[in-house]
Design a protein. Structure first.
Length: 251
């Protein structure tokens, strides 16, 4: 999702229009992820290749209750200006500061994994064939990129578990730093970059949240057992086990 924002930013620079970046993000993003994507503003310098983006909000798939999947206050990037009109655009750095990420799960699936599945379906990497997209969208998704460094810092993850009555816990997400993406002649496409970043976010969110959510589920199960009696203990144990199994998968 953040990579989608990046590629339309690059295309927006080519058009010399900050407004084109916002339009591109809000058009291409939903086509690939099947969720609403909004961008507050974009400020780009054609001379230096530097830019700042603010107010990015990635919505949730249908059926999920939390307001959004990802909210980013600001993100900065540095592009090699001479590469803008070449076959492969070179991005020196992308720095996403203090995003708020919501990991909503029913212990079987999650909002972030659903967005990942939507992206894979849109790009034909799920084995189910591609979701119909416009030629323009396809071209943007397959644009060759090189990203020397991608950093997400100061992130917070809000884990919401519907099986626990939508109880939630907020935890800090360790810094994510990826380097040398697409340095070969083939580069990396925006779809590939997005999947790589989203996988890091999902894995990081699950690992960071595990201990706190396990404690939360235990507290909820103890309370339910008290309120509903010993007859409910079997169902409560299933929920607790489901939470444990979910967070063991990422270890």
């Amino acid at each position: 999702m953040l990579a989608i924002l990046l590629v339309v930013t690059v295309l927006g620079i080519r058009l010399f229009l900050d407004a084109a970046v916002k339009k591109g993000v809000e058009t291409v993003g939903p086509m690939l992820t099947k969720v609403e994507v909004k961008l507050g503003s974009a400020n780009i310098s054609m001379l230096t290749g530097s830019g700042k983006l603010s107010g990015l909000v990635v919505g949730n798939p249908e059926g999920y209750k939390t307001p959004s999947a990802i909210s980013v206050g600001s993100a900065s990037l540095a592009i090699q200006p001479t590469s803008l009109f070449s076959d492969k655009v070179v991005i020196r750095s992308i720095n996403v500061q203090a995003p708020e990420i919501t990991f909503e799960t029913d212990l079987k699936n999650s909002n972030l994994k659903k967005i990942m599945a939507n992206l894979e379906e849109a790009t034909g990497s799920s084995g189910k064939g591609k979701t119909p997209t416009t030629p323009q969208t396809e071209k943007k998704a397959n644009k060759k990129l090189q990203v020397d460094e991608f950093v997400i810092s100061g992130a917070k993850v809000n884990v919401s578990i519907t099986a626990l009555g939508s109880k939630s816990v907020m935890v800090p997400l360790p810094e994510i730093r990826l380097k040398d993406l697409g340095t070969g002649p083939e580069g990396i496409t925006v779809a590939e970059l997005t999947k790589r970043i989203l996988k890091e976010v999902i894995d990081g969110a699950v690992k960071a949240s595990g201990p706190a959510v396990t404690d939360l589920s235990k507290g909820v199960s103890d309370q339910l057992t008290k309120e509903l009696g010993k007859g409910a203990s079997g169902e409560v144990d299933k929920i607790t086990k489901g939470v444990g199994d979910l967070f063991k998968k990422s270890k």
